[in-house]
Design a protein around this ligand. Structure first.
Ligand SMILES: NC(=O)c1ccc[n+]([C@@H]2O[C@H](COP(=O)([O-])OP(=O)(O)OC[C@H]3O[C@@H](n4cnc5c(N)ncnc54)[C@H](O)[C@@H]3O)[C@@H](O)[C@H]2O)c1
Length: 460
C-alpha cells in the first residue's frame, strides 16, 4: 500500500465550527462514512449506514473481501448477495486504498482484537490500522474505535498514534471552543449478537464515550441516525469498561452453569430441567446454559483484556480467572464423557470412529473462531480416535490462528458406521430424531435431543 500524504493548505477553523459542520452533515445524512475492517461487525455496520443514505466506503487490508464486495458477493452467510448488490446500487464502495480516509467525515474502526497464544491482548490490528489512517486524517473528522478492548486504549494507544502520525499536526479536541485544526475521537462498543434474530440491530442501544464533550456530541449525532437509542457516557474508558462488564457477566455466569452441570451429572439431576424451572422466577434470575465450552471472538477473549490490564494495578481479577479456568476445561470434560460412554459399550477411544456434529461456536452461525469443537477434535485425535465432522456452514476446516486440521465435511449418510456421534453445535437444520434413530451412540452436549427417549443418548 502506497502512502500519499495530503499537503493541501488548510484554513484554520475552530473546534466549535468544525463540530457544528459535522453534526449538520450527520443529521442530514450527507456525511461520508468510512468503515475500517469489513468483517462480522464492520460489514453489517457499513450496510446499516448505507441503508440510511450515507455515502459509505469500506476499508480492509483483505483484497479478497474487497473484490467480492466489488462484484456484489457476500462472505458472511447471514448477509445475502442481494443485500450487497442493493447497497452497491446505493453507492457502497470498498477499497484497500487508505489515502481515501481523507475524504471521510466519520471513520469507524472495527478490526479484530484477539489474544496472543499466551492469553495477552493482541492490539496489533488496532495499532496497524491507526498508523495507516493517521497520515490521512483531516480537521473536523470524527474517529470512532468499535473494537472491544481494555479501558484506556482509545486515550492511551489510539490518540497518541493519531496525533503523532499526522503530518498536518492536528490534535484531538479537548473541549476548547477556540482550538483550531482538531479532530474528534470516541469509543463505541459493538453489541451484536450473531444468530439472534429477535432484535433488530438498530434497536440495540448504542453506547458512546468521547474523549471530550464535543466528540461525544458528534458520536451521538452520527449513531442516532442508525440506532434508535444512543447512550452517551462520560469517557471512552467508561465505554470500554461497559463492553467488558457485559461480556464478563456472560462469561462468569456461563462458567457457573457449566460447573453446576458437572455436579448435576454426578448427582443424576437434569441441569436443563433445573434452569427451565428457575427461569420461571419473574425477577432476579437470568438463564444461562451449559455447553461444550466457550467460543466466538468475544466471550472467551474479552475478559482477559481486563485481567491483563488489571495486573498493571496489582489487581487480580479472580472471577475472570476462575470462569476462564472452568470454561476452558469444558471441551476436555466432553472428551472424558465420550471415552466413558464408549467404555460402557466395551470400546476404547483409540481406534473408535467419531462424528462431530456442528463445529461453529454457536448454532446457526458461520463462525469457527475459538470454537470448542476444534479443541474436542484435536483432543480426540490425540487419543487415537478417527474423527470426522459435519457442519452445513463449513465444507472444510483448514488452518486457523491456533489450529491446522485440514478436514472435509462428511455427509450425514450411514450414521451407524460411527461408534459415536457427538452433538457439539445444535444447528437448527439437524433432524435429531433421525440422528438418534441411526446412530449407535449419541453424545449430546447441548440438550438438542430433549424430548427424545433412547438408551443410545448420553447427555453431558
Ligand atoms: N463478531 C462479533 O459478533 C462481535 C461482537 C461484538 C464486538 N466484536 C468486536 O468487534 C471487533 C471486530 O470483530 P469482527 O468479528 O468483525 O472481526 P472480523 O475478523 O470478522 O473482521 C475484522 C476485519 O478487519 C480486517 N482488518 C484486519 N486488520 C486490518 C487493518 N489493519 N486495516 C483494515 N482492516 C483490517 C480483517 O481483514 C477483517 O476483514 C473485535 O474487536 C471484536 O471483539 C465482535
Amino acid at each position: 500500500m502506497q502512502t500519499v500524504i495530503s499537503t493541501c493548505p488548510i484554513t484554520p477553523r475552530s473546534a466549535t465550527l468544525l463540530k457544528e459542520e459535522a453534526i449538520a452533515r450527520f443529521r442530514s445524512k450527507t456525511a461520508s462514512v468510512g468503515i475500517i475492517g469489513l468483517g462480522y461487525v464492520g460489514l453489517p455496520l457499513a450496510l446499516l449506514f448505507n441503508e440510511e443514505g450515507f455515502q459509505v466506503t469500506g476499508f480492509d487490508i483483505d483484497s479478497t473481501k474487497i473484490d467480492m464486495l466489488a462484484s456484489s458477493r457476500s462472505y458472511i452467510c447471514r448477509i445475502p448477495e442481494t443485500e450487497i448488490a442493493l447497497a452497491r446500487d446505493r453507492g457502497l464502495q470498498a477499497t484497500t486504498d487508505f489515502t481515501r480516509i481523507s475524504e471521510m467525515d466519520a471513520i469507524v474502526i472495527c478490526v479484530p482484537t484477539p489474544l496472543t497464544k499466551y492469553h495477552e491482548p493482541d492490539l496489533s490490528f488496532v495499532t496497524e490500522t491507526v498508523k495507516s489512517i493517521a497520515p490521512h486524517i483531516k480537521a473536523g473528522q470524527l474517529i470512532v474505535l468499535e473494537s472491544t478492548t481494555y479501558p484506556g486504549t482509545t486515550d492511551q494507544v489510539v490518540l497518541p498514534l493519531l496525533q503523532n502520525g499526522n503530518p498536518l499536526k492536528l490534535s484531538v479536541s479537548r473541549n476548547n471552543p477556540q482550538a483550531e485544526n482538531t479532530f474528534f475521537l470516541a469509543f463505541s462498543p459493538e453489541r451484536e449478537d450473531p444468530g439472534n434474530n429477535t432484535i433488530a440491530r438498530s434497536d440495540i442501544p448504542k453506547i458512546v464515550g468521547g474523549v471530550d464533550g464535543y466528540a461525544s456530541e458528534l458520536a451521538t449525532a452520527l449513531y442516532s441516525s442508525i440506532f434508535h437509542r444512543v447512550v452517551s457516557v462520560s469517557s471512552p474508558t467508561v465505554a470500554e469498561m461497559t463492553k467488558l462488564l457485559e461480556n464478563i457477566y456472560r462469561c462468569v455466569n456461563i462458567a457457573l452453569v457449566n460447573e453446576l452441570k458437572l455436579l448435576c451429572l454426578r448427582m443424576e439431576i437434569d441441569i436443563w430441567e433445573v434452569i427451565a424451572a428457575a427461569s420461571t422466577k419473574p425477577f432476579g434470575f437470568q438463564s444461562f446454559y451449559p455447553g461444550p465450552g466457550l467460543g466466538g471472538h468475544c466471550i472467551p477473549v474479552d475478559p482477559f483484556y481486563l485481567s491483563w490490564k488489571a495486573k498493571e494495578f496489582d489487581f487480580a481479577t479472580r472471577f475472570i480467572e476462575l470462569a476462564g479456568e472452568i470454561n476452558m476445561a469444558m471441551p476436555y470434560h466432553i472428551v472424558e464423557f465420550i471415552a466413558e460412554a464408549l467404555n460402557v459399550r466395551s470400546k476404547a477411544l483409540r481406534g473408535s470412529k467419531v462424528l462431530i456434529l456442528g463445529v461453529s461456536y454457536k448454532k446457526d452461525v458461520d463462525d469457527l473462531r475459538e470454537s470448542p469443537a476444534i479443541t474436542i477434535i484435536e483432543a480426540l485425535q490425540k487419543q487415537g480416535a478417527f474423527v470426522h465432522y459435519n457442519d452445513p456452514y463449513f465444507p472444510k476446516i483448514g488452518k486457523g490462528r491456533h489450529y491446522d486440521l485440514q478436514m472435509q465435511c462428511v455427509t450425514l449418510e450411514n450414521l451407524g458406521q460411527y461408534d459415536c456421534v457427538v452433538i457439539v453445535t445444535d444447528h437448527s437444520d439437524y433432524d435429531y430424531q433421525q440422528i438418534v434413530n441411526e446412530a449407535q451412540l449419541v453424545i449430546d452436549t447441548r440438550n438438542a435431543t430433549v424430548g427424545i427417549c433412547s438408551p443410545r443418548i448420553v447427555r453431558c
